[in-house]
Design a protein around this ligand. Structure first.
Ligand SMILES: [Zn+2]
Ligand SMILES: [Zn+2]
Length: 368
């Protein structure tokens, strides 16, 4: 049993409360990680507001840190290893067996309920159970217990405080471009939303895939300005009445690939007629369960267009996170331009700044 600091979400409030909790020792197949930093992702707010996640709970799913202890049956990891933390997967289902752990058949139960499959948690306070294991980590804490399938070793060439958001936001945006749609060279790409996921997609399209036209769309001018510094060739106001005309002038034959990271469906519907022949729309955001799109079906038959979704950028974390870190080292994925750091005790401010759109990627640093 260990005493740790964690930001707890209690029932009846949206504010996180930093408290001392008890953390179990790792069980079979788990490791105990001392967390160095944890990114804040929009999905944390979705889980905060979702009924599937039982409170009290510790959120946070973009952790990075150093292994302190390994449980029984763990192979390939040892104390002292530097790791990026990402979502849990069962390792056994058809998706996991075919290197698509983002589509694990047991994904929801393993990642969103705040419980292990046997119903237990690793966290408690004065005997009261606190939800853990959110996305295989619950990383708004000084320490976390993680299943070994959700962590990946990283070398020391990138600081862990920058590694943290690779576990969700950065790999989701880049993976949508590189894994899900496999954007080819010289294509045209439009990314809706210039937040962390959207700008990761912009960088991947412009610098890694070699797209020649990369249009960023957002309501906030500051985010559009940022997009132009990370590879976007054009920036268009999504709220403008001229939106469709402006995009049509940039791509008279239509856009090859459109990625939605906003979950703002009226904007997505405006983009469907802007898709070129054999163009593709990729849905990347966290959509409300009852969200529906309305569009002319014939556009998808006559023009051979496609529409598809992606979870976590189709990433196989064991391969994709090291690959992205390598792109970062080569200067092709300059995510440091998106990050603002906060101390752990400023976590509510970091969430507020993220929700207001003032910070693109907030990362909280744990006290040393
Ligand atoms: Zn996330
Ligand atoms: Zn699985």
């Amino acid at each position: 049993m260990n005493h740790i600091k964690a930001a707890v979400l209690w029932p009846g409030t949206d504010r996180l409360s930093i408290e001392t909790l008890e953390l179990e020792n790792p069980r079979e197949g788990e490791v105990l990680v001392k967390i160095v930093a944890s990114g804040i992702c929009h999905s944390d707010m979705v889980l905060r507001d979702a009924s599937i996640t039982t409170r009290p709970v510790v959120l946070g799913h973009e952790g990075a840190g150093i292994i302190e202890q390994v449980g029984p049956g763990v192979s390939g990891f040892k104390p002292g290893d530097r790791v990026a933390m990402s979502y849990a997967n069962c390792g056994d289902c058809p998706s996991c067996q075919s290197e698509k752990p983002a589509y694990c058949f047991n994904f929801v139960g393993l990642n969103f309920t705040g419980r292990r499959p046997d119903g237990s948690t690793s966290l408690s306070k004065d005997g009261k159970t606190i939800g853990s294991h959110i996305c295989g980590q619950s990383a708004f804490a000084s320490h976390a217990i993680c299943p070994q399938g959700g962590i990946v070793k990283v070398d020391d060439s990138v600081p862990l405080e920058l590694v943290a958001p690779f576990g969700c936001g950065f790999q989701t945006g880049a993976g949508a471009v590189l894994n899900a749609l496999k954007v080819p060279k010289n294509s045209s790409v439009m990314v809706l939303g210039a937040g962390a996921v959207g700008l990761s997609a912009v960088m991947a399209a412009a610098y890694i895939a070699g797209a020649t036209t990369v249009i960023a769309v957002d309501r906030h001018q500051s985010r559009l300005d940022r997009a132009l510094t990370v590879g976007a060739t054009h920036a268009v106001q999504g709220a403008s009445a001229n939106f469709v005309v402006e995009v049509g002038e940039i791509c008279p034959l239509g856009v090859d690939y459109v990625f939605d990271t906003t979950a703002y469906l009226p904007l997505v519907e405006q983009c469907i007629p802007l898709l070129g022949i054999q163009g593709s729309l990729c849905l990347v955001a966290a959509y409300p369960l009852d969200a529906k799109l309305s569009f002319p079906v014939s556009a998808f038959t006559t023009g051979g267009r496609t529409i598809r979704g992606t979870m976590g950028g189709d990433s196989d974390i064991q391969r994709f996170i090291p690959r992205l870190l390598d792109y970062h080292r080569q200067g092709l994925f300059p995510v440091e331009k998106l990050v603002r750091y906060y101390d752990f005790d400023e976590i509510n401010l970091a969430i507020d700044d993220s929700e207001r759109g003032e910070t693109i990627k907030a990362v909280v640093r744990m006290p040393t």
